[in-house]
Design a protein around this ligand. Structure first.
Ligand SMILES: [Mn+2]
Length: 384
């Protein structure tokens, strides 16, 4: 397959919550024109897809995107040329979850949390979503606060019950995070923990790599390669970070890392939708306007992918077999140092798109229109 064909088939999922207000734990800075409802989040996601051509799905977050009729929401998305993607559960914003959700010492709280996860699968049945994405804020702040092994048992029980509820074409994606909000121990802190739980559950339980959820300096592409080999890589949450879980635009902090990740994906022929890996964004823009920032992230992922597709695999393989360290490294660097922007402009023209999605958004007048229309907009989400 040609580089352009591979790029044309690429699919990047945008998150509904990135269209709403968000902030740090110090302050949410409200923006004018942010969506007031899940429907308006879909309107914005449809604009991103219309301009980039590679973002045809939007992930929902429950309860932030709860509506009376999810079938109607799915139809609404379809009418705008996109589809509903992964359902993200939320068991971290109720007062009951202070000491955890599915790992909580109180069985009543655990039951409530599991009930929510099962409700999310009900919603998937209505939206036609394939993936249930789980992230747990569960953890401990102090040594001795709770029994670590008992919490793993509770986690395994909750995952097992939820997994059993999935339809045959649905998957469970388990996300890990090193720390925060818990500071001493997180119940799913790393890929190994997520992998072990998924391995016990079965084929339809897979690991999510959120690029912001590791210790500084972690070799994320190694994790990608390992999970690909094990058939356990289900999805990415792309964003970038300088210090912790910064949730900045994908590829902004370390475009080379994003390239190295996409190189492992391309090497394993896992870019195509049939490979079953969901390439999602998970970011919370705090300063910059929402829609163009999401477009920028999509373009950054696309650029990293284009560069990864340009790696000369036969030259790389020959150099590796010959033990030629410098040539092998050069095969990667030559691709990384290629300016792929002309190629992507050409691709967009082939696809009938404006070659410059950022400029096209600016010129569209959409930003001005939503500011005028969505007075007092603040849909449920991080800013709520
Ligand atoms: Mn995430």
């Amino acid at each position: 397959m040609s580089v352009k064909d591979a790029l044309r088939e690429q699919r990047i999922e945008t998150p509904s919550w990135a269209y709403g207000n968000s902030g740090t734990r110090f302050k949410v800075f409200a923006q004018q024109g942010v969506p007031r409802t899940p429907y308006e989040k879909i309107d914005d996601a449809a604009v991103v897809h219309k301009l980039t051509g590679v973002a045809p799905t939007v992930a929902l977050h429950i309860p932030w995107d709860r509506v009376d009729d999810f079938g109607k929401l799915a139809e609404y998305a379809q009418d705008r040329g996109i589809a509903l993607g992964a359902i993200n559960s939320n068991v971290f914003q109720d007062d009951d979850y202070k000491l955890g959700s599915v790992c909580h010492p109180d069985p009543l709280v655990r039951r409530k949390a599991i009930g929510h996860l099962l409700e999310c699968v009900d919603i998937m049945d209505q939206t036609g979503s394939r993936d249930l994405k789980l992230w747990f804020a569960d953890g401990l702040n102090y040594p001795g606060q709770d029994n670590v092994r008992a919490r793993q048992d509770r986690l395994a029980d909750a995952l097992r019950e939820t997994y059993a509820r999935l339809g045959s074409d649905q998957r469970m994606l388990l996300e890990y995070k090193l720390f925060e909000p818990a500071f001493y121990a997180t119940d799913v802190p790393d890929w190994g923990t997520a992998y072990a739980h998924c391995e016990q559950l079965g084929d339809r339980a897979q690991v999510v790599i959120d690029t912001g959820h590791h210790a500084p300096g972690t070799n994320i592409e190694f994790i990608v390669a390992f999970l690909l080999r094990a058939g356990k890589l289900g999805a990415f949450d792309f964003n970038s970070r300088f210090y912790a879980d910064d949730d900045l635009m994908a590829g902004a902090a370390d475009p080379f890392q994003l390239f190295r990740i996409m190189h492992e994906i391309v090497l394993a022929d896992a870019l195509k939708p049939a490979a079953g890996i969901a390439f999602m964004l998970d970011q919370c823009h705090n300063l910059e306007p929402k829609i163009p920032a999401i477009i920028r992230s999509v373009l950054n992922v696309q650029e990293a992918t284009a560069k990864a597709l340009l790696v000369d695999h036969s030259a790389l393989d020959a150099a590796q077999r010959a033990g030629d360290v410098l040539e092998a490294n050069a095969a990667l660097m030559d691709a990384y140092n290629t300016d792929v922007r002309p190629l992507l402009r050409e691709l967009r023209e082939d696809m009938g798109l404006d070659p410059d999605p950022m400029g096209a958004y600016r010129r569209s007048g959409y930003a001005e229109r939503i500011v005028a229309e969505r007075v007092g907009g603040d849909a449920a989400g991080w800013g709520a």
